[in-house]
Design a protein around this ligand. Structure first.
Ligand code: CTP
Ligand code: MN
Ligand code: MN
Length: 509
C-alpha cells in the first residue's frame, strides 16, 4: 500500500546489534521540536524500526534511540495499548498521562504529510482524558485494555490525575452512605471500586473498558453502565436526596462529631446545625464545642500555603526543645494534595532520651498556649510497647503519643501575608495532628501516616494474606520466621513485603 509496507515485507536479513541506520547517517535538523518519538521494536522488528527511525529523522522529527523522560510519543506496531503499557511496566517506566501511545498508522500519515498530523482516536492505543470530548468519538478499533491490574492498591500507582472522576465520585458517595449506615461490607466494596478506577491510566468510555479490571463486581459494573448511558446513577441520586445522608454529612462536618452523635441528633429530629447549636438541652464535648466555635474556618479546607506556614510554626516550636528532631509533613499533603482537612506531622529525634521524647509534645503545646496560638488540644499519651506484635486489624489505631489540635494561624504567616484578608479577624483556625514516634520506628510511622486510608488498608491486607506478615504503624512482623523486620526507610518496608516501591504521590488510592 505504500513504501513503508514494502520495506516491511521485504527480505529480512538478520543484522543483530545494529540498532539503527541513523548511526551511519549524517545528523538531521529537527523541525518539530515539540514531539519526541520513540519507536517500539517489539513486534516490529529491528530492520523496520531502523528504517522508520531514519525516515522520520529525515523528515525533521526527533526520534530517540532509547526510551527516556523526554519522549512524548511511543509509536508501536501490531501492539495493543495494554501490550505497550505492559512493556512499559516491565521497563519500569511510568506511563505519565502526557505520554502518548500511538499506532504506527499515525507515523506513516505524518511521513506522507511531511509534518505531524493530528492524532485521532483511531491512532491512540490508550484512551486518554480529552479524547472523550473530542468532536467525533469514532468507534474504537483498538481492543479494550486487558491490563494486569492488581486487586491491592499497594501494587498500583495512584496519582491525583484521576481521569475517571464521574465514576469515582459516584462510588465515593455510595461508600460514604454505607459508612453512615454502618454497612461495612458494601462500604469496602465501593471503596475498592473507587480506588481501582482512580489508578487507571485511561478514561472508561464503554463497558468493554471495564473488562479485566479487578474489584468491580456486578453491582459496581451496573452503576458504571448507567453513568455511561444516562450520564448519572439513579442510586447516587437517591443517596444525595436522602435525608439521613444529608444530615449525617452535615453533622459529621463538625470536628468532634462522629457517627454515634450524628445518629443521635438525627433520631432526635435535628436537621440543621443552627438548631443543634442553639439547643439548650444538648450537651457537647469539649471537642464539639471547639468544632462549632471554629466551624467556618475548619470546613473551609487547608491550602498548601497554609499547611507550609503551619509547618514552619511546628518546626520552630519543636526545634526550640529538640534541635535534632525531624519534622515531616505526612497525610494528604505528603501525597501531593493541594488541600486537606488538616495538616499532619510526624516528629522523631535520633538523639533524645525516652523522657525527652515523652516531654516534647507537652512542651510544644505549652509554648503555643503562652503565645496564644492554641485554640484546642487533646494530648493522647503513648501506649506503645516495643515487643508487642503488630495489630491484625486493618483499621487499628496506633499507639504513639499524639496530639490533635486546632491552631490559630495568623494570615501574615501565610505567603508573607501577601493575600490581603478581610478586616477584623486576622487569623484562621487550622486542624493539626502531631505524632511523636521512637526514632527506630520512624519508617513505619511515616508509611502509616502518609495514607491514603485505602492504601494503608491494602498494605496490611497484602502483608497478611500474601506474605504471612503483620504490618501496622509501628512494626512489621514475619510470622513464618517469627521475627520483627526492621526498616530505616519506607523503601525497606516495601522491599520486606516484596513490593515495588510506590512513591507517596502514587498512594492516592
Ligand atoms: N492515620 C492513622 N491513625 C489515625 C489517624 C490517621 O494511622 N489515628 C493515618 C491514616 O492512614 C491517614 C493518615 O494518617 O491516611 C492521615 O490521616 P488524615 O489526616 O485523616 O487523612 P489525609 O489522608 O491526610 O486526608 P486529609 O487531606 O483530608 O487530611
Ligand atoms: Mn490529613
Ligand atoms: Mn489527620
Amino acid at each position: 500500500m505504500d513504501s513503508l509496507q514494502v520495506a516491511h515485507l521485504g527480505p529480512r536479513k538478520k543484522r543483530p546489534r545494529q540498532t539503527g541506520a541513523s548511526m551511519a547517517s549524517p545528523p538531521h535538523d529537527i523541525k518539530f521540536r515539540d514531539l519526541v518519538l520513540f519507536i517500539l521494536e517489539k513486534k516490529m522488528g529491528t530492520t523496520r524500526r531502523a528504517f522508520l527511525m531514519e525516515l522520520a529523522r529525515r523528515k525533521g522529527f526527533r526520534v530517540e534511540n532509547e526510551l527516556s523522560d523526554s519522549v512524548t510519543h511511543i509509536v508501536a506496531e501490531n501492539n495493543s495499548g495494554s501490550e505497550v503499557l505492559e512493556w512499559l511496566q516491565v521497563q519500569n517506566v511510568k506511563a505519565s498521562p502526557q505520554l502518548e501511545l500511538v499506532d504506527v498508522s499515525w507515523l506513516t500519515e505524518c511521513m506522507r504529510a511531511g509534518k505531524p498530523v493530528e492524532m485521532t482516536g483511531k491512532h491512540q492505543l490508550v484512551v486518554r482524558r480529552g479524547f472523550s470530548s473530542s468532536p467525533s468519538p469514532e468507534p474504537q478499533e483498538t481492543p479494550p485494555l486487558a491490563l494486569k491490574i492488581s486487586p491491592y492498591s499497594c501494587q498500583r500507582r495512584t496519582t491525583l490525575n484521576n481521569c475517571n472522576h464521574r465514576f469515582t465520585d459516584a462510588f465515593d458517595i455510595l461508600a460514604e452512605n454505607c459508612e453512615f449506615r454502618e454497612n461495612e461490607g458494601s462500604f469496602v466494596t465501593y471503596m475498592r471500586a473507587a480506588s481501582v478506577l482512580k489508578s487507571l491510566p485511561f478514561t472508561i468510555v464503554s463497558m468493554k473498558d471495564t473488562e479485566g479490571i479487578p474489584c468491580l463486581g456486578d453491582e459496581a459494573k451496573s452503576i458504571i453502565e448507567e453513568i455511561i448511558e444516562d450520564g448519572e446513577s439513579s442510586e447516587v441520586k437517591a443517596v444525595l436526596n436522602d435525608e439521613r445522608y444529608q444530615s449525617f454529612k452535615l453533622f459529621t462536618s463538625v470536628f468532634g462529631v462522629g457517627l454515634k452523635t450524628a445518629e443521635k441528633w438525627f433520631r432526635m429530629g435535628f436537621r440543621t446545625l443552627s438548631k443543634i447549636r442553639s439547643d439548650e438541652t444538648l450537651k457537647f464535648t469539649r471537642m464539639q464545642k471547639a468544632g462549632f466555635l471554629y466551624y467556618e474556618d475548619l470546613v473551609s479546607c487547608v491550602t498548601r500555603a497554609e499547611a507550609e506556614a503551619v509547618g514552619v510554626l511546628v518546626k520552630e516550636a519543636v526545634w526550640a526543645f529538640l534541635p535534632d528532631a525531624f519534622v515531616t509533613m505526612t497525610g494528604g499533603f505528603r501525597r501531593g494534595k493541594k488541600i486537606g482537612h488538616d495538616v499532619d506531622f510526624l516528629i522523631t529525634s535520633p538523639g533524645c532520651t525516652e523522657e525527652e521524647e515523652q516531654q516534647l509534645l507537652p512542651k510544644v503545646i505549652n509554648l503555643w498556649e503562652r503565645k496564644g496560638l492554641l485554640l484546642y488540644y487533646d494530648l493522647v499519651e503513648s501506649t506503645f510497647e516495643k515487643f508487642k506484635l503488630p495489630s491484625r486489624k486493618v483499621d487499628a489505631l496506633d499507639h504513639f503519643q499524639k496530639c490533635f489540635l486546632i491552631l490559630k494561624l495568623h494570615h501574615q504567616r501565610v505567603d508573607g501575608g501577601k493575600c490581603s484578608q478581610q478586616e477584623g479577624k486576622t487569623w484562621k483556625a487550622i486542624r493539626v495532628d502531631l505524632v511523636m514516634c521512637p526514632y527506630d520506628r520512624r519508617a513505619f510511622a511515616l508509611l502509616g501516616w502518609t495514607g491514603s486510608r485505602q492504601f494503608e488498608r491494602d498494605l496490611r491486607r497484602y502483608a497478611t494474606h500474601e506474605r504471612k506478615m503483620i504490618l501496622d504503624n509501628h512494626a512489621l512482623y514475619d510470622k513464618t520466621k517469627r521475627t520483627f523486620l526492621e526498616a530505616e526507610s519506607e523503601e525497606e518496608i516495601f522491599a520486606h513485603l516484596g513490593l515495588d516501591y510506590i512513591d507517596p504521590w502514587e498512594r492516592n488510592a
